[in-house]
Design a protein around this ligand. Structure first.
Ligand SMILES: [Ca+2]
Length: 366
């Protein structure tokens, strides 16, 4: 290297030294993305001397506890009713059993637990059934908050007269002292006699809506359990029996001849409750089609505009309800086939008594 080149060499060496210095991200921002800072050596951990373990005293091993042959099943949910409540017979495996029966009291009317998921479409779509009437629409969803049981049949004459005898109910029209319709002494005695209204096994007739309510109140008092007239929604849900057809057995009208007492086969009279030649109701409710029409709790509404969606409660006077008239359901010995459909509705004045309207109570279950 000669002297002339020495300053140039020094400048190149100085520049090389400057550019070899590490550049830090803090000063260059994103321009230095590829840079990896030098690793900081981990501090050398101090060797901590392990504490001297104290020897555990010797404990002899226990004999293993004997294991049960199988894991016991979880205890079933206790029944939500008292042990002396007859409905307790229908509580099994932690739930109410559909189709199960219990008597309200020994020798009293039988009740059946309704099945299904406690929701359905009530009413009939306009134009979907030639047998339907305008008051059945619009169809609408209904849900029940609580399961219920419904009397297996209409209340029989014998069961109703037990209430009369106990001073819980008024005499039916055909036994009323001085009545022209008295079945033995009245000038119009044939009105009830001809239709077998006085037979102990017939559905009770000659009673109005208040009489039906009085019976449910008497049953409540007698049993210390809660009975009432079914709501219109409860009645239709039970009558449908988990189907969206005309009847619980489907749409085949010819099956009515065995399943119901109506004008084509009744011989123009009432029949013993639950006495049809055949009954294929899934929950074994009987006479939901025919024999006697049945009072329900609700006030009359001429259609289903703005109905309640909770079927547990009766539709009272709101949204145009007429509470001087109450709904009757199910058709009777006197009615043609279309009036025995599950969705069919009819109405009577609250105080009206005749020979083809009866009732059956319901019981809300806890
Ligand atoms: Ca009936």
């Amino acid at each position: 290297m000669n002297r002339c080149h020495r300053p140039l060499f020094l400048a190149v060496a100085l520049a090389g030294a400057l550019f070899s210095l590490p550049l830090y991200p803090a000063s260059l921002g994103g321009l230095n993305d590829g840079y990896t800072p030098p690793l900081t050596p981990k501090p050398t951990s101090k060797a901590v001397p392990k504490p001297k373990s104290t020897p555990k005293p010797y404990v002899p091993a226990e004999e293993p506890a004997p294991q049960p042959a199988s894991i016991p099943a979880r205890a079933p949910t206790p029944a939500p009713v008292a042990a002396d409540d007859p409905a307790i017979a229908c509580w099994r495996d932690g739930a109410w059993q559909a189709d199960c029966a219990f008597a309200a009291y020994p020798g009293g009317p039988q009740f059946r637990i309704v099945g299904g998921d406690l929701s359905f479409t009530m009413g009939t779509r306009q134009g979907s059934d030639a047998m339907a009437f305008d008051d059945e629409h619009p169809p609408h969803p209904v849900r029940f908050q609580r399961r219920f049981a419904l009397a297996e049949t209409e209340v029989s004459v014998a069961h109703y007269l037990a209430c009369v005898q106990d001073r819980g109910c008024r005499e039916p029209q055909w036994r009323e002292t001085g009545s022209q319709y008295h079945y033995q002494t009245g000038s119009e005695k044939a009105y009830y006699l001809a239709w077998h209204a006085h037979q102990p096994t017939s559905p009770i007739t000659g009673i109005d809506w208040n009489d039906a309510r009085a019976y449910a109140a008497w049953l409540t008092k007698k049993t210390r359990q809660s009975y009432a007239l079914p709501t219109e929604a409860q009645w239709e849900y039970a009558a449908r029996g988990n189907k969206s057809a005309r009847w619980y057995f489907g749409n085949d009208e010819s099956r009515l001849e065995e399943e119901a007492w109506y004008d084509a086969n009744s011989g123009s009279r009432l029949h013993a409750v639950g006495s049809t030649p055949r009954n294929s109701h899934p929950w074994e409710l009987k006479d939901m089609a025919g024999n006697a029409r049945e009072w329900v709790a609700d006030c009359w509404h001429g259609n289903y505009l703005n109905p309640p969606d909770n079927g547990d409660r009766a539709w009272e006077g709101e949204n145009g309800g007429e509470c001087g008239q109450r709904v009757v359901r199910g058709g009777s010995w006197y009615d043609h086939a279309g009036s025995t459909r599950a969705a069919y509705r009819y109405v009577n004045a609250t105080g009206y008594r005749n020979d083809y309207v009866s009732f059956r109570p319901a019981r809300m279950l806890p």
